[in-house]
Design a protein around this ligand. Structure first.
Ligand code: GH3
Ligand code: MG
Ligand code: MG
Ligand code: MG
Length: 332
């Protein structure tokens, strides 16, 4: 593909420079192969406060468009390489409503004018042009461009506030779903998650298991070492739990020193093995906190159960057994 084809392709090259910067002073791109004609326009436009860019053909025009994003374009209708209508259409397609196109021609009879407007031009000018007439047309162009700019600014701002709102919302959702001390999901979050996992298991007939863990004699741990030391033990435990589970398992702090793990696509035996690994890892933990042990109950969804609560109750029953049987153990 030629350079010109590359540049004029609607999806070619992202815009360089931001559209927002481009319009502080109105930049006008004059596209004309005739040097005298360009010089004349520059002499009129610059003293009137316009920034003038010059191109001699379609290719350099597209290059300058990419680079400087002028908002107003004065386009000579007869150009080498690519004719006025094609360039006009292509510019309109690529830059949309943010570009004001003034077609400039020595033979602007009715037919040409219609052709220019059809190709997407906003207005046209006849050569030779008087200074007054040109500036009047440019004033119009400027007003149109500024209006478009304001609309773009408003759209930009509303997109920005929407984005901020979404981020804030997401942050709030994160805070609402997590436990402050351990960073694990909290009870509300795991409740919701379990409901969804339950529905999925029902729909696909997949297995679903739950582990309920409780720190043994934690009241005693607190009494002997202080509440802060107890907190550090809970945090260390939470970290271990997170590190040991698969990505399809979800760990949550269910209450004070109780944790729940929802194991999707796991049967009772698999969950029991995981619980056992967790129990053993907790037992082996040491650091700047009192040592602890865990009791755990495991349950799997069976057809007799009618809701996630049944599953949780079954895990809680098993946990109770583990406590009664002497703690630091997992019961299925
Ligand atoms: P068991 O083996 O039967 O579970 O005995 P336990 O002492 O662990 O059970 P109990 O439910 O009687 O006591 C739980 C204790 O956990 C009481 C409470 O002070 C402590 N606890 C709950 N939440 C926190 C917490 O966030 N930080 C600390 N440090 N302690 C907590
Ligand atoms: Mg020409
Ligand atoms: Mg407890
Ligand atoms: Mg306990």
């Amino acid at each position: 593909r030629s350079r010109l084809q590359q540049l004029t392709h609607p999806e070619a090259l992202p815009l360089v420079g931001s559209a927002r910067d481009a319009c502080r002073t109105v930049r006008v791109l004059v596209v004309d192969d005739d040097g005298d004609s360009r010089a004349l326009l520059r002499r009129i436009l610059e003293p009137a406060g316009y920034e003038v860019l010059e191109a001699t053909d379609a290719e350099s025009a597209m290059e300058l468009m990419q680079q400087f994003l002028p908002r107003v374009l004065i386009l000579d209708w007869v150009l080498p390489g690519m004719d006025g209508p094609s360039l006009c259409q292509c510019l309109r397609q690529k830059f949309g409503g943010r570009l004001y196109i003034l077609v400039f021609s020595a033979i602007m009879d009715g037919g040409h004018a219609v052709e220019a407007l059809d190709a997407g031009a906003n207005d046209f000018l006849e050569k030779p042009v008087s200074r007054k007439f040109l500036l009047a047309k440019l004033k119009n162009a400027r007003a149109a461009v500024e209006l478009t700019q304001s609309l773009e600014d408003i759209q930009y701002q509303s997109r920005e506030s929407q984005r901020e709102l979404l981020l804030l919302n997401e942050a709030l959702r994160q805070v609402a779903a997590h436990d402050d001390l351990t960073g694990l999901h909290n009870r509300r979050s795991i409740d919701q998650y379990l409901k969804e996992a339950w529905e999925t298991a029902l729909r696909y007939g997949s297995r679903l298991a739950v582990i309920m863990l409780d720190v043994d004699h934690f009241k005693r741990v607190n009494d002997e070492h202080g509440h802060d030391a107890g907190d550090r033990a809970l945090c260390a435990l939470a970290k271990v739990l997170k590190e040991h589970v698969r990505s399809s398992d979800r760990v949550a702090r269910w209450g004070g020193e109780e944790f729940v793990i929802v194991c999707s696509n796991s049967g009772a035996e698999e969950a029991q093995q995981l619980a056992e690994r967790l129990r053993s890892a907790a037992e082996g933990l040491n650091g700047d906190f009192p040592s602890i042990t865990l009791s755990g109950g495991v349950a799997e969804r069976v057809p007799e159960m009618s809701s996630p609560d049944d599953l949780l109750r079954a895990a809680d029953q098993a946990l109770l057994h583990a406590k009664r049987d002497g703690r630091n153990r997992i019961i299925l």
